[in-house]
Design a protein around this ligand. Structure first.
Ligand SMILES: [Zn+2]
Length: 134
């Protein structure tokens, strides 16, 4: 009986993955993957609990944000002393674009890209001509 007998191999309670070097007295084990998964799940639930969605996406990144209850936030940090001293931050709702608008926006983007490429090509052409003249 050497030291090796103090370890055992057990399947993970959660996923059945074989976990080696489990303490002799352990009756069950959770593999590192499941541990990580659980930790992440807990993290996510904490984040959900502690960061109430007060304003629009990214409100906490704003220098100043005032919610509907006139609570003032500086970069997401509540400033109780300033409560009620500022008007509620108006949130612009992103207007849903119609299909036609989306297509038009895409066309404009493509056109811009094209123009840029043409400009670049002309520049190259000019540089080439200059070289040839020498
Ligand atoms: Zn597992």
């Amino acid at each position: 009986m050497g030291k090796t007998s103090s370890w055992q191999t057990l399947p993970c309670n959660e996923c059945g993955r074989i976990v080696e070097k489990v303490g002799e007295s352990a009756t069950g084990v959770i593999c590192s993957y499941c541990t990580m998964r659980k930790a992440l799940a807990i993290d996510a639930s904490i984040a959900k609990e502690h960061v109430p969605s007060i304003g629009p996406r990214g409100w906490h990144l704003r220098q100043v944000f005032v919610d509907v209850n006139l609570n003032v936030y500086h970069k997401g940090v509540e400033q109780p002393k300033l409560k009620g001293s500022l008007p509620v931050t108006k949130v612009k709702k992103a207007k849903a674009k119609t299909v036609a608008e989306r297509i038009e926006a895409k066309r404009l983007r493509e056109e811009k890209k094209q123009a840029k490429l043409i400009k670049l090509a002309k520049k190259r052409e000019a540089a080439k001509n200059k070289k040839n003249k020498k």
